[in-house]
Design a protein around this ligand. Structure first.
Ligand SMILES: [Zn+2]
Length: 461
């Protein structure tokens, strides 16, 4: 049998929120293994590099030019019988690099049951019936919105920002305040449910705002942000990290309005956690979690699906009613939205790897479709040997260079190169960069599906 190590050619798409030309990591990575007719255009936005078997932008085996989908359907052993049977002969996950220049739409992804209903009702806007939990790992510094803020912060902004309060309306704002007063941090489940109901009510009111009212509120908000940024939405108890100061908040609000003028998203901002992540930090978005990405380069892994319910920061189809109905209205501080990696136990580091502080970290969300391992090999000669996994995996290099070996097949690997590794294959990667003078860290991300021990796991819900 052929050695199960395939170098992949992956496509990049061009949504208008992508970074421009060479700025885009997604484009640069794609260009390292591109089809002959591909070259990066200086003015064009490049948004997402797709690695996987999704029919909208399928990856190809460089050597044979056959699609990965075709190859795994021809040879089930590449993804294992279990995975093949459970996921209809396709990869259960879609692996991506996103390069974000301007905000992506405010969105949530339906759970399995809702995905089936939406697809049956409206297959044009909801192209498949699958759920789409997703995980984001920062490659460069990242900004985004994720989940609802702690209630005290929402109350704070309803008081500190007059145009926001006027948009929501005095009645809805004070009803919300009275409902949650003194119980904002309660752990009691009945109280929490009451809080969520109150949050749902005020958020729904906000989302019903007419375009005229949004425009008027935007005008006042931007005027305040421009005239005195240092006192923008400032009052006693400005919430830490939301962003870090009124001046920074004013700058972000102006930037977002420049990207999407007079958009309800500008006010949704004050209801959601503002999240920044340094390279290597991650967050996991369950089904029905509200989120929006604002800037940065990220690695993203998701269940193979295209279903998005959008409600702001987008020229695309908005489905406010579905979105406001589907959300869980869970509110929590940012730290609880982040996903802490743990040491990956099934790789062995050699002496140069170990002594140079190299690392192999596992990002393991509570779902069965995917996990991701990030490996940093910090010195020339540093090497990691991975046990075979029970399912398929895709590995991308985001920095440095090295070698990758499966059985007797060894290939060069450097920034942007992508490989498919078949089920059960042991795999070795090694930093071969430079000499003593210009050693660079060799970084890879590997997404995989291994159902071992996950047989009873709830299907992402
Ligand atoms: Zn999303």
């Amino acid at each position: 049998m052929q050695v199960p190590l395939l170098r992949l050619q992956c496509g990049v798409n061009s949504y208008d929120w992508g970074k421009i030309g060479q700025e885009s990591a997604a484009a640069r990575f794609a260009a390292t293994t591109a089809a002959p007719d591909f070259s990066i255009e200086a003015e064009k936005p490049y948004a997402e590099l797709w690695m996987g078997t999704h029919p909208s932008l399928p990856s190809k085996d460089v050597e044979t030019q056959r699609t990965l989908l075709d190859l795994v359907q021809d040879n089930q052993a590449l993804i294992s019988t279990e995975v093949s049977e459970r996921y209809g002969g396709k990869l259960p996950f879609l692996f991506k690099v996103l390069s974000i220049q301007k905000a992506l739409s405010i969105q949530a992804h339906p759970n399995k049951k809702l995905a089936e209903q939406l697809h049956a009702k409206d297959s044009r806007n909801y192209p498949d019936d699958n759920h789409k939990p997703e995980m984001t790992i920062a490659v460069t510094p990242f900004e985004g919105l994720c989940g609802f803020r702690p209630l005290t912060e929402i109350v704070y902004f309803l008081n500190a920002l007059k145009p926001l309060r006027e948009l929501v309306g005095e009645e809805a704002a004070s009803q919300f305040e009275n409902a949650v007063k003194g119980a904002e941090d309660s752990e009691d489940s009945d109280v929490k449910q009451k809080n969520k109901d109150a949050l749902r009510a005020v958020f729904n009111t906000l989302m019903q705002s007419t375009p005229e009212k949004i425009e008027a509120a935007t005008k006042d908000t931007i005027a305040a942000a421009e005239s005195s940024p240092e006192t923008f939405a400032a009052s006693n108890g400005f919430p830490v990290g939301s962003p870090s100061s009124p001046t920074e908040l004013a700058a972000i609000i102006r930037r977002l309005n420049g990207q999407f003028p007079n958009d309800i998203g500008l006010f949704v901002f004050f209801f959601l956690n503002f999240v920044t992540m340094e390279p290597g930090e991650a967050m996991f978005l369950k089904a029905d979690d509200i989120h929006a990405y604002i800037s940065g380069d990220i690695i993203e892994c998701m269940a193979s699906s295209d279903n998005v319910v959008r409600a702001g920061f987008t020229p695309k189809f908005k489905d406010v009613e579905t979105l406001t109905n589907m959300l869980t209205y869970s509110y929590a501080p940012i730290e609880e939205q982040k996903l802490e990696p743990v040491d990956y136990p099934y790789a062995v580091l050699n002496v140069p790897a170990y002594s140079s502080g190299s690392s192999c970290l596992l990002y393991d969300p509570p779902i069965e479709e995917f996990s991701v391992v990030k490996t940093d090999l910090n010195r020339t000669g540093a090497k990691a040997t991975f046990d075979g996994l029970a399912g398929p995996s895709i590995l991308i290099c985001t920095g440095g260079k090295g070698k990758i070996r499966v059985a007797n097949k060894s290939e060069e690997i450097k920034e942007g190169y992508v490989f498919f590794i078949g089920a059960t294959a042991e795999c070795i990667i090694e930093n071969t960069d430079g000499g003593e003078e210009d050693e660079r860290i060799f970084t890879t991300f590997r997404a995989f599906c291994d159902l071992t021990g996950k047989e009873d796991m709830a299907n992402g819900n």
